[in-house]
Design a protein around this ligand. Structure first.
Ligand SMILES: Cc1cc2nc3c(=O)[nH]c(=O)nc-3n(C[C@H](O)[C@H](O)[C@H](O)COP(=O)(O)O)c2cc1C
Ligand code: SF4
Length: 452
């Protein structure tokens, strides 16, 4: 990773200074010495947002966040203040905030670094949000494999609690302390789906729940619950401290504010680039030092493996929710994966399909069975042992998963297959006779010298 250092244990590195285009807010101090400590966070204005929040009523807080036009950063872009306003009136019984830190989609890599480098922004955001929704107990559901991040989160929660920052102005009787539980999941992609997450948090196997009722009405332990992504909640303190107008001044007409764009793959300097919505992939690739020397861009995805594939034709599409959708894909989690001319689309789609098959929770038939069959066919196409008609069969299976599954994981599994065939049908059909590694020698795609 390059600038806006993700590895916060390293000495201070360069930060983005390019004028006009990048807007480091959450990532501004990631490269600084011990950026994750409370001391550092306070030295750069941390907890000013919470101080302001404490002067405001829950209604005023929700109104402010609505006015900022902050949208959920977990993929769907749902308006955050509106989501908070769906909770029924307080009735004296518990209501919860659950932060979704499961981050498991291939390519997505912004929440884990945020917690690693700047956990206090999340904790301050949790405190403000809990006040807005009238809760005094919040959970962070963290992807289980990242033990080092779990430790850092636990330490950060303890530091904030010990400092007394989480001890006043919360809860239903005004002075009740806010408690934050950091929960490590066991590492299942489906547990990022908000209702499966709730099942898992309650101690059950993570399976999506039927909606309605929505979590706002009956969520964790059957109580009103707000579920938001890490980046969403970490963005809240800035809005409190600097105001809705400041936030609205960034972005495009309906996609306001700043977001972390994670560029990975065949660029010279992959990394996290925090920018206003509306930046283009062409600009981001320039910030990432360009495509690696001697190669050209073949295809890319704007928001992780479950968003339809783009080609160089879409390099100038503004990266906001509406423009990306208008161009035929989804902004998703802004996990921008770059693939150059050495890459076999069939190979990439086969890996993604294996992932979805492995992660399918098995609750519904189209996804459970369909991902299994798509995987079989993708593997034989990759091996050059496809059977004529396989491409049509893939289209048929994928079309019967999409829109017919219980949750969005099913749709996600169909997307790379359908968009891969749409854009690169010839490569799929070549799989009837020729192994992908013969057409695109795998060593040429490696970004590690040692693997070439
Ligand atoms: C299979 C699947 C996995 C998901 N994984 C995540 C995740 O890791 N993190 C996340 O914030 N949202 C994830 N989501 C979206 C959540 O269901 C939910 O929409 C999101 O947490 C809401 O937060 P937001 O409004 O702040 O975006 C996932 C959805 C699906 C269908
Ligand atoms: S679509 Fe897949 S992950 Fe979602 S409920 Fe059905 S089997 Fe489970």
């Amino acid at each position: 990773m390059s600038t806006n250092a993700v590895d916060a244990s390293q000495p201070a590195g360069p930060s983005f200074t390019a004028p006009g285009t990048l807007t480091p807010v959450l990532t501004e101090h990631w490269g600084e010495d011990r950026s994750w400590t409370l001391e550092h966070y306070l030295s750069v204005g941390g907890y000013e947002g919470l101080a302001r929040a404490k002067t405001m009523s829950p209604e005023e807080l929700i109104g402010l966040v609505k006015g900022s036009n902050l949208r959920g950063r977990g993929g769907a872009g749902f308006p955050t203040g509106l989501k908070w306003s769906f909770l029924p009136p307080m009735d004296g019984a518990p209501r919860y905030l659950v932060v979704n830190a499961d981050e498991s989609e291939p390519g997505t890599c912004k929440d884990i670094p945020t917690i690693l480098a700047n956990p206090q922004a999340l904790i301050e955001g949790i405190a403000i949000t809990s006040r807005a929704i009238g809760g005094d107990l919040a959970f962070v559901y963290l992807r289980g494999e990242v033990t080092h991040v779990y430790r850092r989160l636990l330490a950060a929660v303890r530091e904030a609690a010990d400092s007394g920052l989480l001890s006043t102005g919360f809860g239903l009787d005004g002075e009740q302390p806010l408690r934050i539980v950091a929960h490590a999941g066991a590492g299942a992609y489906i547990c990022g789906e908000e209702t499966a997450l709730l099942d898992s948090l309650e101690g059950r196997r993570g399976h999506p729940r039927l909606k309605p009722p929505f979590p706002a009405v009956a969520g964790l332990y059957g109580r009103p619950t707000v579920i938001n992504n890490v980046e969403t909640i970490a963005s809240v303190p800035g809005i409190l401290a600097k105001g809705a107008d400041w936030y609205n001044a960034m972005g495009t007409e309906r996609s306001k504010g700043h977001g972390i764009f994670s560029v990975s793959g065949h660029v010279v300097s992959p990394g996290q680039f925090e920018a206003p919505f509306g930046i283009t992939m062409r600009q981001l690739i320039e910030f990432a030092g360009g495509i690696r020397p001697g190669h050209s861009l073949k295809f890319w995805v704007p928001g992780g493996s479950s968003t339809p594939i783009f080609t160089p034709d879409e390099l100038d599409v503004p990266l906001d929710y509406e423009s990306v959708a208008g161009a035929g894909s989804m902004l998703g989690t802004r996990a921008l994966q770059v693939f150059d001319d050495t890459v076999s689309v069939v190979r990439v789609v086969a890996r993604w399909t294996e992932f979805y098959q492995h992660e399918s929770c098995g609750k519904c038939t189209p996804c459970r069975e369909g991902t299994y069959w798509m995987r079989q066919i993708m593997l034989r196409l990759e091996a050059g042992k496809g059977i004529p008609g396989d491409v049509e069969k893939l289209e048929d299976i994928a079309s019967n998963i999409a829109g017919r599954s219980f949750c969005a994981l099913g749709d996600a599994s169909a997307t790379p297959v359908l968009s891969g065939i749409k854009r690169f049908r010839d490569e799929f059909e070549a799989g009837y006779t020729t192994p992908a590694r013969e057409l695109f020698p795998y060593r040429a795609s490696s970004i590690l010298e040692s693997a070439r």
